[in-house]
Design a protein around this ligand. Structure first.
Ligand code: ADP
Ligand code: MG
Length: 332
């Protein structure tokens, strides 16, 4: 028998992860593509492209083709997929791989089809498209084959996917375009309004990761932030505190809480009871915002925990989904 490879790809808006059965997550790179505006040629993909941002001549632009969870540019998505699959597999492959790809649950049928086609084009023998919350659940160690409700809240860069799943499928879900990037943007706006300071999104992300919070931290933390004074036009450094980020992040954080409420309201009573018993599991980089779990727990009254491997759960779950499906098929 020829060895075949099973691959799971997490097509995130911020990063792309590739999981290979038996090897684990072998690749994690930013979902960025740099191309030449004049010739439309791709110059770099992934980490290499990210490093080009802001450091290249004007004709080279870096785009995030999956921003906001939509496949905004089909050709670019295809090239990007091809590149990552080749890079993850290396040169010597005996047989075309079986690939499962995870896309946000809010994706349209057209987008799903686009990803499927792009994956075949990229060299897959068999393609399965899997919904993000199902992948996140498998990757968090939840047994999705049981008739029992589990709520997953996956917060990425562009979208927050919230779902109640049971028996391997999504029962109720929503996908909102409020996630990590919006936290950064909220911090940029806050700094401009409250401090007349212009900062970039990279700085905003640093603030978010270092001192940001969605729930009051037990101890106040502060950080020096450098930006441009909008009044004088000159560089300026100010100190901001975690309590200020709480104010800055209140709106997007509450939008996510509202989305969780919305899904709970639409959940059939038996499954809702399961969720109350078992709690909410959070995945994705956005779930690492300090206190977001506490905020959700306070507003819903449901015990909320962050998955053990929040950043890789979706990729692992996507890879394992193939085994799950084939397991089912073999049993049948
Ligand atoms: P996607 O699935 O959309 O590719 P990820 O799950 O990789 O997204 O999450 C990316 C988001 O997580 C980014 O907005 C990033 O700033 C945020 N993030 C990563 N680590 C942290 C952290 N420690 N605290 C807060 N946000 C974080
Ligand atoms: Mg994700």
């Amino acid at each position: 028998m020829l060895l075949s490879t099973d691959i799971g790809i997490d097509l995130g808006t911020a990063s792309i992860l590739v999981y290979i059965k038996g090897k684990g997550v072998v690749l994690k790179e930013p979902s960025v593509v740099a191309f030449d505006r004049d010739t439309n040629q791709i110059k770099a993909i992934g980490e290499e492209a990210r490093l080009m941002i802001g450091r290249t001549p004007g004709n080279i632009v870096a785009v995030r083709p999956l921003r906001q969870g939509v496949i905004s540019d089909y050709t670019v998505t295809e090239k990007m997929l091809k590149y990552f699959i080749r890079k993850a597999l290396g040169k010597k492959t005996l047989r075309k791989p079986r690939i499962s790809v995870c896309i946000p649950s809010g994706a349209t049928e057209v987008e799903k089809k686009a990803v499927e086609d792009a994956t075949y084009q990229a060299g897959a023998r068999e393609v399965s498209i899997i919904e993000e919350p199902v992948a996140a659940a498998i990757g968090s160690g939840i047994d999705i084959s049981k008739a029992c409700g589990n709520m997953i809240v996956d917060i990425g860069g562009g979208t927050a996917d919230i779902a109640v799943i049971s028996l391997g499928g999504t029962v109720v879900s929503t996908s909102v375009k409020v996630a990590g990037d919006d936290f950064d943007e909220a911090i940029v706006r806050f700094m401009r309004k409250k401090h007349n300071l212009l900062i970039g999104e990279r700085t905003a992300e640093e603030i978010k990761i270092q001192i940001g919070c969605a729930y009051k931290r037990p101890e106040l933390v502060a950080m020096d932030v450098r930006g441009r004074n909008l009044v004088t036009g000159l560089p300026k450094t100010i100190t901001i505190t975690s309590d200020e980020t709480l104010e800055a992040l209140r709106e997007p954080a509450m939008q996510i809480v509202d989305a969780v409420h919305n899904v709970l309201e639409r959940t059939p009573p038996e499954l809702a009871a399961d969720v109350y018993d078992r709690g909410i599991v959070m995945t994705g980089g956005g779930s690492l915002l300090s206190g977001l779990d506490a905020l959700i727990e306070e507003k819903t009254g449901i015990n909320t925990v962050i998955a053990e491997e929040p950043l890789t759960a979706v990729a692992i779950g996507t890879g394992k989904f193939i085994e799950f499906m084939h397991g089912q098929r073999d049993v049948e």
